[in-house]
Design a binder for this molecule. Structure first.
Ligand SMILES: Nc1ncnc2c1ncn2[C@@H]1O[C@H](COP(=O)(O)OP(=O)(O)O)[C@@H](O)[C@H]1O
Ligand SMILES: [Mg+2]
Length: 272
């Protein structure tokens, strides 16, 4: 308890990296109205790993899209380092906040090769890195995510598998090393045998660079394995939140309990 209070106090003294306040997204109107995200508020602190956890259709991706400025909130606001993200310049924001998506196909321009996709990372960062240095850094990032640069660097997106495209997004995130990474089902297309390796790599990145990560997932194993805190989302609302261990060991919400019916398999799948 003393420790929990100490942690709470130290958190209060730090400024959150991201603050989401009363975020709401309504699609359609009248009979077709869908409240995809309903008055959601939370913070992410520097270096923290959190998971937004819920079943399909609970509003997770819509929340992520608003944080990434790909979708306009109906109500509420999002602050990054205390500033309203709507008031920030796009490049300034996306240099600091990056995403890995569930189906990354739409994130690629089909005319561009892997090489030009990764080169954008350098343009976004605005670093002056020589072409040969860029090439070496790309090759290294690809190697880290288990891709062979020699074979793939000049391929185009449709020539890659879903898992390869997802790994490539992770490689680009490594090159950009943003302050906040939003990872929406980031390993859904990667085979189970390499999933833990990729997650460990992202967690190392967080530990070594102080990068914050928001995992978005329906997989309680992934959330529990990776995250300091969990936010449980159901029908557009956050129904429960807290340190991962507390939420998993002592869930108070009925929906969370139902999700946790999966937990006996946790130890096997994630070797916890
Ligand atoms: N562009 C859209 N137009 C209309 N409804 C949408 C749109 N995007 C998402 N929705 C609806 O919003 C709800 C939440 O979707 P989503 O955020 O994708 O959930 P999750 O990522 O948790 O599976 C769903 O009912 C979905 O059908
Ligand atoms: Mg989704």
């Amino acid at each position: 308890m003393v420790l929990a209070n100490a942690l709470n106090n130290s958190k209060k003294q730090r400024q959150p990296l991201l603050q989401v306040e009363n975020l709401t997204k309504v699609f359609g109107s009248g009979k077709n109205e869908v409240i995809a995200v309903d008055d959601v508020s939370f913070e992410i602190y520097p270096g923290e790993i959190i998971s937004l956890l819920g079943e399909s259709g609970s509003g997770k991706t819509t929340t992520a899209r608003m944080i990434l400025r790909l979708s306009q909130p109906t109500r509420g606001r999002i602050l990054f380092k205390g500033k309203d993200i709507q008031a920030m310049k796009g490049v300034d924001y996306w240099r600091q906040v990056q995403a890995i998506f569930q189906d990354p196909f739409s994130s690629f321009n089909s005319f561009y090769s892997v090489h030009s996709f990764l080169s954008k990372a350098f343009r976004l960062k605005g670093n002056h890195v020589s072409k040969s240095q860029q090439r070496a850094m790309m090759e290294e990032a690809m190697k880290k995510v288990g891709l062979n640069a020699e074979e793939l660097l000049f391929k185009r997106p449709h020539e890659l598998s879903g898992g390869q495209r997802q790994r490539l997004m992770i490689a680009r995130a490594l090159l950009i090393s943003p302050e906040l990474l939003i990872a929406d089902e980031p390993t859904s297309m990667i085979d189970a045998s390499s999933r833990v390796g990729i997650l460990n790599m992202l967690m190392d990145l967080s530990r070594n660079l102080g990068m914050s990560i928001m995992f978005i997932t329906h997989d309680i194993g992934l959330a529990y394995y990776t995250s300091d805190r969990l936010l449980i989302m159901n029908k557009g609302r956050i129904v429960e939140r807290g340190p991962s261990v507390e939420v998993v060991e002592n869930p108070t919400d009925e929906y969370t309990r139902r999700l946790l019916a999966d937990v006996p398999t946790l130890s096997k799948r994630w070797a916890l």
